[in-house]
Design a protein around this ligand. Sequence first.
Ligand code: ZN
Length: 144
Amino acid sequence: MPESAEDVWARIVGASRRAVDGECPECASVTPERIVWEDDSWILSYSDGPAELSTALLLQTREHTRVGQLDDDLATQFGRISNRLVRIIENLPEAEYVDVSRYGAHRGHFHVWFFAPYAQDSKDPVDLHTVATKLANWGGNARA
Ligand SMILES: [Zn+2]
């Protein structure tokens, strides 16, 4: 049985790994309702991005770590998930392409943004249920 959003939230908040500067804004601000997909190590959530985007998604680790500090397993997972996610979104009619970006060196979790502008002549947001279920074909759990 998949974990409930409340269980996921409790696990994130209850993580025993050290937070940056004793506080972790990401853990404090994770909203279970915004989780699109997740597995044991990663959380993909959506954000209210700029109006010109069909979607703005944030992929981050559950553990407190940084870009450049992933172990080989997490780095490999990140490559696979990112590649699949971009391929999924770029094959949807709502999105033109996907920009992959990392901002904020001092956040507590490894995190990367996926920004997808609207496809030409489209103003429909990306169907997050489709993204979640397609990503879950390789593992993890669809939440959207
Ligand atoms: Zn945290």
